[in-house]
Design a protein around this ligand. Structure first.
Ligand code: A3P
Length: 279
């Protein structure tokens, strides 16, 4: 991209890389790519295409704020630069790092976007992704029961990363120690799949953007089973890594998972003052 960015900046001196004023912090497999791509159709939103992993990687974070800024595509000062790195939500050091870096830069209007989905669906999506990655590396792919249950087969294996990532309340407590609730919008990932527009309008409002996105920007693609995007550039669907079939879960395991997530889910609703249609 760099060459294109430099040429654009040479033509228009009011263009420059700016710190994100909004960050999609997660959750992994929540629909973060769909949210970013949909918002990128808004003329006031400029998105970093790649996940930067700046705040969750020591080696990158140590390069400092200026390095981070220079990774951003050029924008005008009335536009919102948006970054997404889904790992931010679940990495404990991230909220403190973002809060102190932005305080040091005197930027007070940073907005956080979090897209959440039923934790069991998210878990199955995460498992599907992890097994896909293992397959690509020629590694064995354990069954769902093998990873989700303890050795005796009786309990949910709380050491499994993908289980931990679905325990939203604990992660949320960590964020709320550093950010006030009104700086964070929780997008409903299940709704973003079924009916994206109302969720996108909520984001526009939250970010203080002029109302722009409309039904013209989205169309349902029956073959994919998902909404796809339509803007001045072209019609496009997300790639095949989004919307993969999930494994079947037997009734016993499903009941166990529902029981396991019930309390943490209720805790999240209380913490954020918002409810979701999760079991
Ligand atoms: P599945 O692949 O499990 O269905 P992320 O981008 O955070 O990795 O999230 C991936 C999830 O985004 C997909 O999970 C899919 O369900 C969801 N998604 C939401 N809207 C979508 C859309 N319009 N097209 C494709 N996937 C979408």
């Amino acid at each position: 991209h760099r060459g294109r960015w430099w040429r654009a900046m040479a033509r228009d001196p009011s263009l420059s890389p700016r710190f994100p004023r909004a960050i999609i912090i997660g959750v992994r497999k929540g629909g973060t790519r769909a949210l970013l791509e949909m918002l990128s159709m808004h003329p006031s939103v400029i998105t970093a295409e790649k996940e930067l992993h700046f705040f969750n990687t020591n080696e990158k974070f140590s390069k400092g704020p200026e390095w981070y800024r220079l990774q951003m595509p050029p924008s005008h000062d009335d536009q919102v630069t948006l970054e997404k790195t889904p790992a931010y939500f679940t990495e404990p050091e991230v909220p403190g790092r973002i809060a102190s870096m932005y305080a040091g830069l005197n930027i007070t209007d940073l907005r956080l976007l979090l897209i959440l989905r039923d934790p069991i669906d998210r878990l199955l999506s995460d498992y599907t992704q992890l097994m896909h990655n293992r397959g690509e590396r020629g590694k064995a792919r354990p069954s769902l029961d093998e990873v989700l249950l303890t050795r005796d087969g009786k309990h949910i294996n709380t050491d499994y990363k993908a289980i931990q990532r679905s325990l939203y309340a604990g992660h949320m407590e960590n964020w709320l120690r550093h950010f006030s609730r009104d700086h964070l919008l929780i997008v409903d990932g299940d709704r973003l799949i079924r009916e994206p527009l109302p969720e996108l309008k909520r984001v526009e409002q939250f970010l203080g953007l002029p109302s722009f996105l409309g039904s013209d920007n989205l169309y349902f693609n029956a073959t994919r089973g998902f909404y796809c995007l339509r803007d001045v550039r072209r019609n496009r669907c997300l790639n095949d890594s989004k919307g993969r079939p999930h494994p079947n879960v037997n009734a016993t395991l499903l009941a166990q998972l529902q029981e396991f997530f019930r309390k943490p889910n209720r805790k999240l609703y209380t913490l954020v003052g918002q409810t979701f249609d999760w079991a």
